[in-house]
Design a protein around this ligand. Sequence first.
Ligand SMILES: Nc1ncnc2c1ncn2[C@@H]1O[C@H](COP(=O)(O)OP(=O)(O)OP(=O)(O)O)[C@@H](O)[C@H]1O
Ligand SMILES: [Mg+2]
Length: 318
Amino acid sequence: MAPIIQTRDLKKQYNPPDGPLAVRDVDLVIETGEVYSLLGPNGAGKTTTISMLSGLLQPSGGEAIIAGYNIATDPIKAKQVIGVIPQEIALYPRLTGRQNLRFFGQLYGLSGRALESAIDEVLEFIDLRDRADEKVEKYSGGMKRRVNIGVGLLHRPRIVFMDEPTVGIDPQSRRRILDAVLELKQRYGMTVLYTTHYMEEAQELSDRVGIIDHGVIIAEGTTGQLIQMIGELDQIILRVDNQQVPPAMLEQFGNVEGVTSVNQQDGELTVRARRGRKALPDLITIANNAGVHISSVRVQEPDLEAVFLHLTGRALRE
Ligand SMILES: Nc1ncnc2c1ncn2[C@@H]1O[C@H](COP(=O)(O)OP(=O)(O)OP(=O)(O)O)[C@@H](O)[C@H]1O
Ligand SMILES: [Mg+2]
């Protein structure tokens, strides 16, 4: 089956000829039913990419095919299969949640029974039935976000674009949104293109992640593949405070399977190893035998943050 989203050399330059190249030659291939995250810092080009794919912004070059429709030549058909959940909340504060859904549903061409049942289904999905008839201005940030998501789902799209849907909201609402993304995939078989600058979200939700920086997808794959690609090792940090550590013990540490280096600094021993959790029991036994007391243990496994740092030399979070 052809990929449900495919782009070739997608580009955007704002204010040509001198404006910034916000997106450069992006090639995306996303299969039906995948959750694909674009992970990148502020200004990386996430919103620009989503806006081009949803037909809101004209690309400066390249093309995008959505569910078989070229977004440039078949925009109406393409837009019918897409639900867009924009980064900026776009709701009428004086209207209730339900009235907002009704208004936007009518814009999508829904009416009558079909519209009302779509609204009920969406309210159920975003878990807002009991507050649906209150004005949006009285909602928390998280509730507004959820209505924003509901708007994008009313016409039962096959593909959902979600642009940083969890920024600036409370942890509980965030959890609900993340669960909703998983449910869209698992229960409705939807394809989700998700953008975020939170690596934990990308890691939890995605089948695959594209790391985007300065408009370029600099790496792509499953979280496991990306971590493997940079060859980053686990770190085991053992706190020994100001005890004397016999050199023979450090040597024995170095001989444990998978261990590649041992460093001592500021009352801590840092051991780098492949599969750190496997090496840990041996390290503790060796320390015990040497009479060195370990007051705390931390195992740091590499994550997408480490991948980003490795690739760009910068932290993902500012
Ligand atoms: N309308 C515009 N006119 C000119 N430049 C723009 C415009 N919109 C975005 N840009 C620039 O394009 C680049 C990419 O912006 P974009 O909004 O796509 O990034 P983003 O990854 O969505 O960032 P954020 O995480 O802050 O939402 C940035 O350098 C931004 O300043
Ligand atoms: Mg953005």
